[in-house]
Design a protein around this ligand. Sequence first.
Ligand SMILES: [Fe+2]
Length: 164
Amino acid sequence: MSNVKMKTMSKTQIGLPVKGSEQLADKLNFLLSNFQMHYQNLRGLHWNLRGRDFFELHVKFEEFYLDSQEKIDLIAERILTMGFSPKHTFTQYLESASINAAQDVSNGAEGVEIVVNALNVLLDIEREVLAIASESNDDGTADMMTQFISQQEKEIWMLNAWLG
Ligand SMILES: [Fe+2]
């Protein structure tokens, strides 16, 4: 369905109000951009790591980026399911994300702190999305956010425990 066609209707293809869904899709696109930055940062951390934590964190960062890759796909396909377009170019991600690129980080503890900070940024956005989704009866989006949130909260606890 084109956006033009949708504007003439009050409901999206999945029967939700167009107005609330549009706002939600924008927020989900913001979440997507931030996840892409987080994903690429994790790749860099996985590659550039040095020191005695190498074996442990090299694997851990890979686990995180594989998980992020799945979430990126889920977010983008949720946006499409809602009848909107997911951002898909590096230019768009760089323009809109609030997570910065982490470059040449080789220290394990520094890397873990970068991940914790990114997870906190993502959590803030997810909680906003959840609030809007609940308000507009978008259970599909709300359910996805609830799962992301509880998982990331636990990850933050574990990473902070590792940091000591
Ligand atoms: Fe690898």
